[in-house]
Design a binder for this molecule. Structure first.
Ligand code: CUK
Ligand code: CUA
Length: 762
């Protein structure tokens, strides 16, 4: 922040008319401000968020993509969008849902045998070690179709989708325990736990249930282990958000609820609607659960199998003392454990207060067996006065709370007031309020739900954007607003329209903690992290035909696909495996075959398979879909789907008229290019390029490309000897193609070295 502030100050000073240096004269800055109607406050905000080209952001945010079923990755403070990760929904660019391995991941999310190709994502969570974000995995839930997804942050790809075996909807997920032992998922709308079982609404109290699932995460495998996961049966109170205990409260989890009235609305039956009946009582319940002990009980065989899944029934949970309730004021929403784990902060949507519960007081009441009553299912209820440390009136519609790096400082969203309240939960004091635009849902501070919040910035996730952006029709973009929280007063810095919605929660991690790979080990199936059965080495490309099954083992490297012709018979089942042999960073090739609805994104080292039935005779071009090189458009081939029993009548391709002069001209081009390559190589080897791993990779790749020219040179010389001008010329052209790629890499390496202060070596 210090650095940014300094920059900002010098800019402000500049615009006030003092002498400014270099290109940005005071006059021109002044002119821009005037022309664009900007204030000094605007300029300060711009200076705090602007990240110049070549520089990187400090934090990376993972936002729920709402109904898009995706995750949106953006950077803070610039608010530049970096990626959309396909999660519950096919994502064409990444081939997600269009190649075989990713189809399998999506198939994990089938319910009752049917594809569900959208998701209502709400809460992303980053894996934690000792309560701190470790940057290894990301989890996210689907509220509508109760599912959880696991994303590996080594490659930002979705690896697993699992379906909740007993819920019909969920909401209180995903939240992780301190060492990511479990990923928590709480139900939302109560329903019978058995699958495909009907009970009338008249039996709501008896047969409908809520619950919480604790998904066991196997960190080594990077997958959820469904067999070791379990659930806890809960009353049909609409369970809402959850949070895991940490520090002193580690081993416990907290889930609130609304509609503990168990009201069943029905205007059709002359009954007032849900909204009236579900907010009639003054309080709902927070569920307090000793998950560690619950896990032990399940391990000891005390669970009941429902739909093949371990469920600890309420009766057992009550008897064993792992489940308690505490009243919470009117229609609570957020439940957020403080970084030290000592307090749990709950906001009631219809109450101006936030309630600060004390874990110590809760434990004292449990130990003393001090309960004010039991709920209709026999769960002991701890009195609010025996559990609450303090209540603070913040404003209308408090929803969610996040924490600062400064002790006792919290930020709570006020939905109705459209404000963020900054307050001190130890002293019960409001410190500052800032208006946001408009109707904020969640808010998020950097690593703000971990044991070590990083402070600095806050993002307000506003439900309505209304007048903030150029109108784009009745459906407005979402508005994520960046707020500087480093000072005493909050400062609004930036409005980011998000064109994918509706995001609910977002988490942000220090960018330095992320260690994503730049390439895969050659032949990797990225969705399983294992070697791909279709992996193919250079020179081993082949087409294997067995009966009506045709399997292609191909490779991709700038700028050609091997093989370049695939011939099949109508009705054949075609599998095309492609391995990207590139080692250079960002040399991704895409692959598609016209009209067969397949697409693959093949990043360096990755192997991907696409599969389809060649059910129609015809000629179908296939090509690379990423602009990977100068000859990208030529990265093409033909799938020929022949009628059964077809015989060729013509056996030679259309001839070209190349001459000796053409061949000589090409040789001259080759020689000239070699001069450029030699000069670049001379520069690179004259400096300490070996100290730059990025350059070493580029240089290796460049020599790989150049190495290929040897065999090809032999080919054009052989053709020359036979006066076969066509082949002589074309093979010489191919030599030149490899030279171009070599030169391209070499020049990129040279630029990198020059810009990064490479030093001469003797
Ligand atoms: S919820 Cu949407 S604003 Cu799903 Cu966390 Cu509160
Ligand atoms: Cu490979 Cu375009």
């Amino acid at each position: 922040m210090k650095r940014l502030n300094k920059t900002a100050i010098s800019l402000v000073v500049g615009c006030m008319g003092f002498a400014a240096s270099a290109v940005w004269s005071a006059d021109s800055l002044q002119d821009v401000l005037k022309e664009r109607g900007l204030s000094q406050q605007d300029l300060l905000a711009a200076a705090k968020t602007y990240v110049p080209t070549g520089k990187r952001d400090e934090f990376v945010a993972f936002s729920s993509g709402g109904q898009s079923g995706q995750v949106i990755v953006y950077a803070i403070p610039s608010m530049r969008i970096l990626k959309y990760i396909g999660v519950f929904t096919p994502e064409p660019w990444q081939g997600y849902g269009f190649d075989e391995s990713s189809k399998k991941v999506l198939a994990g999310g089938k319910i009752d045998g049917k594809d569900i190709t959208w998701g209502d994502t709400h809460h992303p969570a980053i894996s934690e070690t000792n309560g701190e974000y470790d940057g290894q995995f990301l989890f996210i839930n689907d509220k509508a179709n109760p599912r959880i997804a696991v994303i590996d942050l080594r490659d930002f790809e979705t690896k697993q989708i699992i379906v909740n075996p007993i819920f019909k909807s969920e909401h209180g997920g995903t939240f992780v325990t301190t060492n990511t032992e479990y990923v928590i998922e709480a139900a939302q709308y109560a329903a019978p736990l058995e699958n495909k079982k009907f009970y009338p609404l008249e039996e709501f109290n008896e047969k409908y249930r809520g619950g919480i699932t604790y998904w066991k995460f196997d960190r080594k495998e990077g997958r959820i282990d469904t067999a070791k996961s379990f659930s806890l049966e809960l009353p049909p109170y609409s369970q809402d958000l959850s949070d895991a205990g940490k520090g002193v409260s580690e081993g416990w989890s907290f889930t609130n609820s609304f509609c503990s009235e168990r009201y069943v609305g029905g205007i059709e039956k002359g009954r007032p609607p849900y909204e009236a009946g579900c907010s009639a009582k003054d309080t709902d319940y927070m569920h307090v659960i000793n998950w560690k002990k619950a896990a032990e009980l399940v391990a000891a065989g005390k669970a009941k199998k429902i739909n093949g899944h371990d469920v600890l029934m309420m009766e057992t949970a009550i008897k064993e003392g792992v489940l308690f309730l505490i009243p919470e004021p009117k229609s609570p929403h957020g439940v957020d454990v403080t970084p030290d784990g000592k307090n749990i902060i709950v906001a009631g949507k219809l109450d101006t207060h936030v309630s600060v519960y004390s874990f110590e007081k809760i434990q004292a009441a449990i130990k003393a067996g001090k309960f004010e009553s039991k709920d209709p299912y026999g769960i002991p209820v701890i009195a609010m006065k025996d559990a609450v440390a303090t209540q603070v009136s913040l404003g209308l519609g408090p929803l969610h709370t996040q924490y600062d790096s400064k002790p006792c400082i919290a930020y709570t969203s006020l939905y109705v007031d459209s404000q963020v309240a900054k307050w001190n939960y130890c002293e019960g004091k409001v410190l500052d309020k800032l208006s946001v635009h408009y109707n904020i849902g969640h808010l998020m501070t950097m690593e703000g739900d971990s044991t070590k919040p990083a402070g600095k910035y806050l993002v307000a996730l506003n439900k309505l954007a209304i007048d903030r952006f150029v109108p784009v029709g009745p459906l407005h973009p979402q508005n994520h607003q960046l707020i500087d929280i480093s000072g005493d007063k909050m400062q609004l810095l930036y409005d980011m329209p998000l064109p994918l919605g509706e995001p609910h929660y977002v988490v942000a991690i220090d960018a330095k903690k992320l260690k994503p790979a730049v390439r895969y080990k050659v032949g990797t199936d990225s969705r399983t992290d294992k070697p791909h059965a279709g992996a193919t080495k250079a020179g081993e490309e082949r087409i294997v035909k067995k009966g009506n099954k045709v399997e292609v083992f191909g490779t991709l490297i700038r700028s050609h696909i091997t093989p370049e012709t695939i011939e099949v018979e109508v009705g054949d089942e075609v599998t095309i495996n492609l391995t990207n042999l590139e080692r250079a960073q960002d040399e991704t090739h895409g692959f598609t075959v016209s009209t067969f609805n397949v697409h693959a994104s093949v990043e360096p080292g990755k192997t991907v398979a696409v599969k389809f039935k060649a059910d129609k005779e015809g000629v179908y071009p296939y090509y690379c879909t990423e602009f990977c090189s100068a000859l990208h458009l030529e990265m093409q081939g033909y799938l020929l789907v022949k009628p059964k029993g077809w015989k060729p009548t013509k056996t030679t391709l259309a001839a070209q008229n190349y001459t000796e002069a053409d061949y000589k001209a090409t040789l001259k081009k080759v020689a000239d290019t070699q001069v450029i390559i030699d000069s670049v190589v001379a520069y690179i080897t004259s400096v300490n390029y070996k100290d730059f791993p990025e350059v070493v990779a580029m240089v290796e790749d460049a020599f790989d490309q150049l190495g290929k020219t040897k065999d090809i040179k032999a080919k054009h010389e052989a053709a020359f000897a036979k006066k076969d001008w066509e082949n002589a010329n074309l093979w010489a052209e191919q030599v030149w193609q490899y030279q171009v790629k070599t030169a391209d890499l070499g020049l990129r390496a040279k630029t990198f070295l020059e810009q990064n202060g490479a030093k001469k070596v003797k």
